[in-house]
Design a binder for this molecule. Structure first.
Ligand SMILES: [Zn+2]
Ligand SMILES: [Zn+2]
Length: 149
């Protein structure tokens, strides 16, 4: 089968989250499309291929995936939460001007500094969000508030 399918099955096994068709569909869509989509956009997309799913079912599936750590909400100021699969590690860049969220190649943090900052807390995951002006906005090619995903 496809790589995505194997990757997803491995992810469900690793986290111990019970795999249901709805959870699979939601996670597969996020992995394949690499978008930072809102719950509404995820519902629309999944609903297009499987009309029988109710909104509540899709939202519950999304919630279970977030709880398990397979999906995370991406911080976006003043906007509806956007969701991202966590199967491949990456950081984010959020544009102050157009609000676009871009994936950045993963880089490790100096673990000594991180441990010092965390003190006695146990760290499960780290994510970095850089804020600034994206390349398109820097070139003046986008107008304000035309957030694209
Ligand atoms: Zn921008
Ligand atoms: Zn991302």
């Amino acid at each position: 089968m496809s790589d995505v399918k194997a990757q997803l099955q491995e992810a469900f096994e690793r986290t111990g989250l019970r795999q249901t068709p709805q959870r699979y569909d939601v996670l597969a869509w996020l992995v394949r499309h690499r978008k930072h989509a809102t719950a509404e956009e995820i519902f629309d997309a999944v609903n297009r291929t499987n009309q029988r799913l109710s909104r509540a079912t899709v939202y519950n599936a999304l919630h279970a995936l977030v709880e398990s750590g397979l999906v995370r909400p991406v911080a976006g100021e003043g906007a509806a939460a956007r969701f991202d699969a966590t199967l491949d590690r990456h950081h984010h860049f959020i544009c102050d001007r157009c609000g676009s969220i871009e994936d950045l190649t993963w880089f490790d943090l100096p673990s000594k500094a991180m441990q010092a900052a965390a003190g006695g807390r146990s760290v499960r995951q780290v994510e970095i969000t850089l804020h600034g002006i994206c390349q398109r906005c820097a070139r003046g090619k986008t107008k304000q508030a035309t957030a694209s995903v």
